[in-house]
Design a protein around this ligand. Structure first.
Ligand code: FAD
Length: 423
């Protein structure tokens, strides 16, 4: 079950895990024994985070040998799935059975437990992040005991976005709905001033709206509109969107990259499972040779934050491959960057120049701090626990919960010490 690690790296290749061991338990019993008998341990998902969040000084546990066990409950409209299952696998099976998740991230390659642990999100004014779909979770806690928590239970709202600090999430039960279709259209060259004047109209124009920009110049590069065909918001045959014009072939968010890696566009309706993500499961998502950061900003500060970003273009744009603006609905999950507030996500796909990116992040965070910006847990950011704790009303409740579930700090790592526990 335990393999010696050689050079294990994250998806972007910018981080090499320090853990001396990696384990692939093949059963719940093996997983429980491993956790109970190990000094330091953490779960590793599909390795799509850009920082050291998943690492440990002990054993990394990968759940890829546990059966996906996708089990739909049509009465309660939920699906139960193993934590290591990738969204792409789950989405295809759900669609096959006539069901849907409310949303997906830009890529379907990520594991369900890994995405939920960092509050990974897609876009849509009415769409909470992916963690908001969790109705129940099962986790193996520090002494190997299996704990199950359901929505409404005490501490459940603290356990879902757990940053891997509370245990190994072995199974999750997610809300589902009847399958639906999406028609995805891309518009190019939107007028920035019109977008800022009518920002609410822009983001409510479809079920999920993403804007791609490098922050320079008078236009927004692209708007990706994912419209649900069962309650379409976009007028048929729309030829202009805030002065943008419809793309006539499939686009990639990154200028000059082929759109063939991306989900179906040009307004062709089809399954949610093939349209809600930007990137197709069978291809490398995004570009690959890149870094990412993202900050979640309360909706009421959206336009001011966007204006601030445009003013920072001189220093941000040269390091950027592309930026993305999305919207996310409020939730009640203690460490969710969307806790208690509807918001926007300001995402940065950086060139893979980590020293330069690391150097710019303190400035970026200082500029966005007046808006209460919360960093995405799985991407590159600068702030430490002293900066982050005041942004989360339930932060102390989370550290107390972690202390109760993991009194010896088995799941603690350098990332958590730096950004959560403050030592
Ligand atoms: C190309 C690309 C596109 C992206 N697009 C988006 C996007 O659209 N929206 C967005 O919000 N983010 C996005 N991300 C970020 C990504 O979704 C998050 O970093 C996510 O957490 C990665 O999940 P993972 O399965 O790779 O987990 P990992 O990165 O392997 O781990 C992340 C965290 O989850 C914990 N974890 C993993 N499995 C378990 C488990 N079974 N039990 C307990 N804890 C566990 C780990 O310990 C760690 O703390 C993107 C990343 C990439 C590389």
């Amino acid at each position: 079950m335990i393999d010696q690690m050689v050079t294990e790296r994250n998806w972007a290749g910018n981080y090499g895990y320090q853990a001396p061991r990696i384990a692939h338990p093949a059963s719940m019993a093996e997983l429980q024994d491993l956790v109970a008998g190990t000094g330091k341990v953490r779960a590793l998902g599909s390795r799509h985070s850009f920082n050291d969040i998943a690492d440990t000084a002990g054993t990394l546990v990968v759940l890829d040998r546990l059966d996906a066990g996708i089990s739909v409950d049509p009465q309660n409209m939920t699906v139960t799935v193993s934590g290591g299952t990738r969204y792409g696998t789950l989405a295809a099976e759900l669609h096959r059975q006539g069901f849907a998740l409310h949303n997906l991230a830009s890529l379907p390659h990520i594991s369900v437990a890994g995405a939920v642990a960092t509050a990974t999100h897609g876009s849509g004014d009415g769409n909470g992040n992916l963690a908001t779909a969790v109705a129940e979770l099962e986790l193996v806690t520090a002494d190997g005991t299996v704990v199950t928590a359901r929505r409404g239970d005490a501490d459940f709202d603290g356990m879902v976005v757990g940053l891997g600090a509370l245990g190994i999430v072995s199974r999750l039960t997610l809300d589902i709905e009847p399958s639906f279709e999406i028609a995805q259209s891309v518009f190019e060259g939107l007028d920035w001033e019109q977008v800022l004047e009518s920002f609410d109209d822009v983001t409510s124009a479809a079920y999920s709206v993403s804007l791609f920009t490098d922050w320079s110049g008078p236009t927004v590069g692209q708007a990706w509109l994912k419209d649900r065909t069962d309650h379409t918001a976009l007028p048929a045959g729309l030829q202009e969107f805030f002065a943008g014009t419809p793309a006539t072939q499939a686009r990639h968010p990154l200028p000059g990259v082929s759109g063939s890696n991306c989900t179906q566009q040009l307004g062709v309706p089809g399954p949610w499972s093939d349209r809600l993500a930007h990137f197709r499961m069978e291809f490398t998502p995004s570009q690959g040779d890149e870094l990412q950061s993202e900050y979640l900003i309360p909706r009421e500060h959206a336009v001011d934050a966007l204006r601030t970003m445009r003013n920072l273009s001189d220093i941000v744009t040269p390091l950027l491959l592309v930026g993305e603006i999305r919207t996310i609905a409020a939730d009640q999950l203690w460490l969710s960057p969307n806790y208690g507030r509807d918001g926007i996500g300001l995402h940065f796909t950086w060139r893979q120049d980590e020293p330069a990116v690391t150097a710019i992040l303190p400035l970026l965070e200082a500029e966005l701090a007046p808006f209460g910006a919360r960093p995405h847990w799985g991407k590159l950011f600068h702030g430490d626990a002293a900066a982050i704790a005041p942004l989360y009303p339930r932060f102390a409740d989370f550290t107390a919960l972690a202390g109760r579930l993991d009194p010896a700090g088995k799941f603690r790592n350098a990332f958590l010490d730096r950004t959560v526990f403050g030592r």
